[in-house]
Design a protein around this ligand. Structure first.
Ligand code: ADP
Ligand code: ZN
Ligand code: ZN
Length: 807
């Protein structure tokens, strides 16, 4: 009976969530399983495209003619599934839930090495009896992707893999990235060695020694280990290979980005009462396999991380695995070392700083059950862990958990889904929970866990709000108030350290003509070009356009053109004139671009190589330095002016977060916030670090404005090169939606987006606010489907459920 594979094909211009059916050639009947990548003919021309098998059916006997119309799939790219049944199911749910196409959710789950044209290698672990099959291997390896194998060969290889004679490995296309080590496999049995001995000359001592080694090492061994433990060199093994005594194979080895350093092991601490209560509640849910979400609320330094670690230990003790998400920006070496210090080599780390090869290595360690604890940023939500016992999301309010590109998913939703699947509890932790999560805790959907006090009983540092309007009246235009400057001087005298934060937004660097006020704009977008001192060019942050820095004003030909370096660069320059001997470490997108730079700057600061750490938002999280006693925020309110209902929430969160950086150890800390809106409730309440009050006030504002968490939101965006095309389609769509959705749903727009033109495309948006909308799924799915057809007219439509930004 023939088998039929259901395949999601990868054709960018013809995306659909409908799988296509392909006949499975009979030779592959046993080898094809859901979760494997395949190559299939597609369309009229029969072009070969990639695809993912999501199901395999026995062909119904009642439809004998059906198979005649089906094309057979061309090739199987995997011998074992790369997506397990859980992740396949999740990809389906995610596509529906985020209005994305299934192929994009599938690709999001796979490491880049499996997305790009990776080569699959088969590595022989034992000798292969079948001479023909053995002949396919050179040096114990077969490039499965490059070799054009017949289906029956593939089938036989799959059987070899099942019986453990060969195993599969993938090589990222750039072979230079694959780290390999040489392995030695004896080709002589101990009996054969006894026979060989008399045939070699007595004075060939190296050969005798080599046979000694082979006598004790009959299983494959790394060459380095054998040369290290004997007087033999690589050349001796190469010579032995020529005689046929051994085979040498190159095996891919794991790249471990953290391997260089030995991390000191840490032990579980004796918990304080509140921590103990939290761990007990979480452990209870792990043991009873209850998918209960917890909201762990506690100020910075209240011991949340210790709660995560001991709860993870409880999951491991149950023989289960654990997944912990941290925001990219907080995935500092300090953070990673705390987890590795507790769980050692069982920990896999996934974040965007890793090379494709490193990521892939970590992914495989997880898949092969060599890592039971995964720590990572957003995309680690898809880590191929089995048997999950606990899921943790630290800093659950962070916006970086939402992907702002297709598929537009929120990692929190993914985690809640996986928790249900595995019957595992989820711990969402934060000092300043998102309003959505906190509201769910109020309603009892999440169980609240509180850590009201800091571990060291240190009070939160006193926060001084400085009214910069006064400053502006009294002084020239300086970034520093007298109070902050005095505080900095005091730290320098005492040999203590300070952290200064510059809100990135609204402080970008540009070029302006002092005669006519001309500002250099991007030719493709409605934004100013940004000055980059490292490359000495003007760049557009939206479309990547790049040009040289003008020396003459393009508008009035004046030479009086001023360059303003990056925000931090400018502030650093001012600081050096104000405090001549000060040592500054600058941390922003420019200084941390190179791999490892971020880590190095932080280490330097930790080793007191600077007095001041000056940076953008990236310094606000996770840092824990005992000698930092002063934190200054230079411009607290740039985010407040943004047309976004979450502006206050973001400002409050950021200020609370950064204030927590001061006075972590026994020295008391102090915080200064410079602002032009000293009376704004977000700033006032951040000064008092009063989350409770903030939550109440902000909930009232949201209620008045019909915003989340009282309403759900969806953002529909259309873009086209012709502004009329985008606008017209959106007006039509608004009419359509009005007719199809219920009366209680609010439809805002269409309006041009705040940056109306990017990369020569014009953007229009519609915002939906709804409470209960039974037709939403079908209506929006239709919008997406229609959009697929309209793509030919150059129109692109995107749907973003619960957008984190409306700008
Ligand atoms: P948070 O994650 O809430 O910011 P941490 O878990 O980092 O808090 O704890 C703050 C500091 O207190 C850390 O240095 C940590 O090692 C320490 N700490 C946490 N729990 C305990 C405990 N039970 N006993 C002693 N020290 C603790
Ligand atoms: Zn541009
Ligand atoms: Zn000019």
């Amino acid at each position: 009976m023939a088998k039929i594979a259901q395949v999601i094909v990868d054709v960018p211009t013809m995306q659909t969530n409908r799988p296509y059916s392909y006949l499975v050639p009979s030779e592959l009947a046993d080898a094809v399983h859901p979760g494997m990548r395949v190559s299939v003919p597609f369309g009229k021309g029969g072009r070969e495209v990639g695809g993912m098998v999501i199901g395999v059916d026995e062909q119904a006997q009642t439809l004998p003619t059906f198979s005649g119309k089906l094309k057979p799939l061309t090739a199987l790219l995997d011998l074992a599934s790369v997506l397990n049944p859980e992740l396949l199911e999740l990809s389906d749910w995610l596509a529906t839930h985020t209005f994305a196409f299934r192929i994009s959710t599938i690709q999001t789950m796979l490491p880049a090495a499996l997305k790009t044209k990776s080569h699959k290698l088969l590595v022989a672990d034992q000798s292969i009896a079948d001479a023909h099959l053995a002949g396919l291997f050179t040096n114990g390896q077969l490039d499965f992707t490059a070799a054009k194998l017949a289906p029956n060969e593939v089938d036989q290889l799959a059987k070899l893999q099942q019986s453990g004679i060969v195993h599969a490995d993938y090589a990222v296309e750039n072979r230079a990235k694959v780290k390999t080590v040489t392995w030695v496999q004896s080709q002589l049995t101990t009996d054969q060695i006894v026979d060989v001995r008399p045939t070699i000359r007595a004075n060939a001592t190296k050969q005798q020694q080599l046979l000694d080694v082979l006598t004790t090492c009959q299983t494959p061994q790394p060459l380095a280990k054998l040369t290290e433990n004997s007087a033999l060199a690589r050349a001796d093994f190469s010579a032995a290979a020529k005689r046929g005594w051994v085979t040498l194979t190159e095996r891919e080895s794991y790249r471990d980005p953290y391997a260089q350093k030995d991390i000191a092991a840490t032990r579980a601490m004796t918990l304080h009462a509140d921590q103990a209560a939290a761990v007990a509640a979480i452990t209870g849910a792990i043991e009873s396999a209850t998918p209960q979400p917890f909201l762990l609320e506690g100020v910075t330094g209240s011991g949340k991380t210790e709660v995560y670690l001991q709860s993870i230990a409880a999951a491991l003790a149950q023989g289960k695995t654990a997944l912990m998400l941290v925001p990219e920006i907080a995935l500092t070496p300090q953070m990673v070392n705390r987890v590795r210090g507790r769980f050692g080599k069982q920990v896999a780390v996934l974040h965007s700083g890793l090379s494709a090869g490193e990521k892939y290595d970590e992914w495989r360690r997880i898949e092969r059950h060599e890592a039971a604890v995964v720590v990572g940023a957003r995309s680690a939500a898809f880590a191929p862990l089995d048997n999950i016992g606990l899921i943790v999301m630290d800093e659950e309010h962070e916006t970086s958990y939402k992907q702002d590109d297709n598929p537009r998913y929120h990692a929190r939703d993914v985690l809640l889904w996986r928790a249900k699947y595995h019957h595992a509890p989820v711990v969402l932790g934060s000092a300043t929970p998102s309003l959505e999560s906190r509201a769910r805790a109020e309603r009892g959907v999440y169980q609240s866990l509180l850590l009201p006090e800091r571990i060291n009983q240190q009070p939160l540092p006193p926060v001084t709000v400085i009214d910069m309007r006064e400053q502006l009246k009294a002084h020239t235009e300086s970034n520093f108030s007298t109070a902050l400057l005095d505080a900095l001087k005091l730290r320098l005298e005492r040999g203590e350290q300070s952290v200064l934060m510059l809100n990135r937004r609204g402080f970008s660097s540009f070029v302006m003509c002092r005669d006519c006020g001309f500002v250099l704009k991007c030719p493709n977008c409605d934004v100013s070009l940004v000055l980059h001192m490292d490359t000495h060019t003007m760049k557009c942050h939206y479309c990547g356009h790049e040009e040289t820095i003008p020396k003459i004003c393009p508008n009035c030909h004046s030479r009086r053109i001023s360059y303003y370096g990056s925000g931090t660069e400018k502030v650093a320059a001012e600081l050096t004139t104000l405090l001549p001997d000060v040592r500054i470490i600058r941390m922003d997108a420019d200084t941390t671009r190179r791999k490892g730079a971020y880590e190095k700057l932080l280490t330097d600061f930790g080793e007191h190589k600077a007095d001041i750490l000056l940076g953008t938002q990236m310094i606000a999280k996770g840092l824990d330095y005992p000698d930092v006693t002063l934190v200054g925020v230079l411009n607290a309110d740039t985010a407040l002016g943004l047309p976004d209902f979450r502006a206050s929430e973001r400002t409050f969160q950021l200020l609370t977060q950064v204030s927590g950086r001061a006075g972590r150890a026994d020295k008391p800390g102090e915080v200064f916030i410079q602002t032009f809106n000293p009376d704004h409730y977000a700033i006032q309440l951040a000064q008092k670090q009063d989350y409770e009050r903030f939550f109440r006030v902000e909930m009232k504002m949201r209620h008045l404005g019909n915003y989340p968490p009282y309403y759900y939101t969806a953002l529909i965006t259309a873009s086209a090169q012709d502004e009329n095309v985008a606008a017209r389609r959106m007006f039509e769509l608004a009419e359509q939606l009005k007719a199809q959705l219920s009366d209680t749903t609010v439809i805002l727009g269409p309006t041009p987006r705040s940056i109306a033109r990017i990369n020569n495309r014009y953007y229009y948006q519609i915002v939906l606010k709804y409470k209960q909308e039974p037709h939403l799924q079908t209506v929006l799915a239709k919008v997406l489907d229609d959009a697929q057809k309209e793509q030919r007219q150059g129109l692109q439509v995107a749907i973003d459920m619960e957008p984190q930004s409306f700008i």
